[in-house]
Design a protein around this ligand. Structure first.
Ligand code: PMV
Length: 318
């Protein structure tokens, strides 16, 4: 039996501009995890995926080519040089809320790839996992920058520029982020598509905003490195203004952001695709409870906390 797991994620700075080659910062949410467990099944039973949370049972042989989980499994089997369908039962489970910007799909895919490679007795380096998860993200989410699969595969804070290897960066002092689910479903594909259409129609102002977001992200890296909480919060607020210029905020998200700040958050912004999904707020020990209460009172469906810290130092391994 083999069990592998992967974390959720959250984008701290730079969403949308990252699609246009600017840097972004994302962090794992390690206490929310997805797992894949492979057990040998009796000979001839072939390969079945049990996706517990979705109540789905997928027989690999019968799954259409574009079934997301079957696709990831086929890619992983191919990578592991397994050419005939194995007799496996694969149980998928996840604590990560679905479709809420916490990377649940990428985390389940990453856990599945890691479990297949490990069960096959092969190394499962983060870069390989990231590459395979990206292939599935690409098919189902249009033109992803690759930030989700990268942060989830490496499970550490990443400085990400599309098409380049991710860079680790220093976290000078731990800080705490409240993650509030607006409860509004807003597919990332749609907001990314809207920004793209607007950029195509009139590139100059959008390019200027993307570059101003890049300045914010560079500032955030320095502030995180220095452990300067006030600066991190101010930069979150600035990033939010720029995201609003791109047209990906919404009145409901602005209400949540204002509520968090009024309750003492150092800074707040949307995270991910926008118009729905999550709002994140930088809190300290004194404000955490009040910010959580304010977000819930303003309509958030759920508020989670995650601490960002230097999980490990040094280089990324391949
Ligand atoms: O909605 P999320 O959390 O998967 O984030 C999307 C981030 C974007 O920058 C908007 C798109 C991308 O592919 O990077």
């Amino acid at each position: 039996m083999t069990t592998s797991s992967s974390s959720g994620k959250i984008i701290l700075f730079g969403e949308h501009a990252v699609v246009y080659g600017r840097p972004a910062i994302a962090v794992p949410v390690s206490h929310l995890r997805a797992s894949a467990t492979i057990t040998a099944a009796p000979p001839g039973s072939r390969c079945t995926l049990f996706a517990q949370d979705m109540g789905e049972e997928i027989h690999l042989a019968d799954a259409p080519p574009d079934h997301p989980l079957a696709l990831v499994l086929r890619l992983a089997l191919d990578e592991a040089n397994i050419r005939t369908e194995p007799d496996w039962h694969i149980l998928l489970a996840s604590q990560i809320p679905i479709a809420s910007g916490l990377g649940s799909g990428a985390a389940i895919s990453a856990a599945l790839v890691r479990a297949v490679l490990t069960h096959a007795g092969q190394p499962a380096p983060p870069d390989t996992i990231s590459r395979l998860v990206y292939r599935s993200e690409e098919l189902f989410h249009g033109t992803p920058s690759g930030i989700d699969n990268t942060v989830i595969a490496h499970e550490r804070p990443v400085w990400f520029v599309k098409g380049r290897p991710p860079q680790p960066f220093a976290v000078g002092a731990p800080f705490t982020i409240a993650i509030a689910d607006s409860g509004i479903v807003s597919p990332t594909k749609e907001t990314v598509g809207d920004v793209r259409r607007a950029w195509e129609a009139d590139p100059a102002p959008y390019e200027a905003t993307f570059s101003r977001i890049a300045d914010v992200v560079h500032g955030a890296r320095r502030a995180i490195h220095d452990g300067n909480c006030a600066a991190i919060g101010a930069l979150m607020n600035l990033n939010q203004s720029r995201l609003a210029e791109l047209g990906v905020s919404s009145p409901a998200l602005e209400r949540l952001i204002a509520a968090a700040k009024d309750a003492g958050a150092v800074g707040a912004k949307l995270s991910g695709g926008g118009r729905g999904g999550n709002v994140i707020a930088l809190v300290d020990e004194d404000s955490a409870g009040a910010v959580q209460a304010a977000l819930l009172a303003t309509g958030a469906k759920r508020v989670l906390f995650t601490q960002i810290s230097q999980t490990s130092s040094g280089e990324f391994s391949g």
